[in-house]
Write a protein that binds this ligand. Sequence first.
Ligand code: GDP
Length: 303
Amino acid sequence: DKYKDGLSKTRQSFSSRINDLVARYRTVDEDFFEDLEEVLISADVGVNTVMDLIDELKMEVKRQNIKDTSEMKDVISEKLVDIYYGDDAVTSSSINFQSDDLTIILFVGVNGVGKTTTIGKLAYQLKQSGKHVVMAAGDTFRAGAIEQLEEWGKRVDVEVVKQSAGSDPAAVIYDGIRAAKSRKADVLLCDTAGRLQNKVNLMNELSKVKRVIEREVPGAPHEVLLVLDATTGQNAMSQAKTFSEATDVSGIVLSKLDGTAKGGIVLAIRNELQIPVKFVGLGEKVTDLETFDAQAFVYGLFA
Ligand code: GDP
């Protein structure tokens, strides 16, 4: 239901266009596929992913000897799910939690994508599930980022470790680790600055932060989550490329899916970058963060 509400924009545009196609063509032919291709591309599924999908669909149509377009909706949704999982049958959207040690999650992404909001929502979710959470205000660069995280800390009743604006992010995160350890916390959520203007700086800053984390907690960070704004389409895709070159990204959080009719970007990211989408943001409220489930997502599009 969360998916249904949060994806209403994508769903309305996507399913009505698919329905139109089915009504217009009735028989599955080359023109049908051409129009379908257009619908998928305009939903931000991504050209390469669409090509893969259309090939798969054509094979399936042959295999099952499908003539009638009305049978295509099920086939399309099945293939969309298959495309998401790819060859990797065990793609999991779950977080790599350490059962008997501190789990450290690093958040990266450019300003404005919803990084701070996502950290706040996740802190709430983890706290609800009984985990002791600490947050580290490592975005010392963006004006107001520290205060904003503190606001979230108050709202969800989670401690925020911070220093003054402009201080060294690695030092803040070091303090965060110390605090989390001394409180025997389960999870430390680390914010970072998202300065993309200069890739070398970004890379240096992230590797310094990671070095500190690795030194303090061997095996950490356990997740590096890249937050992307779904409403920015192909821009999100190019950010994903840049960040995955700068650091090892273990998963994507796709925020603001509620604000776009182009939810197909989820499939493009997974298929073209091989990085799993772990969470999706479906609104601004504290409860509007969902673990990503490709099946629920795709079926939500057709619901
Ligand atoms: P940051 O600069 O990356 O830390 O971005 P913020 O967390 O400050 O978010 C930027 C804006 O996006 C804020 O107004 C948030 O309320 C909004 N936002 C974040 N996530 C979502 C989401 O999933 N849906 C919607 N509709 N808005 C969101």
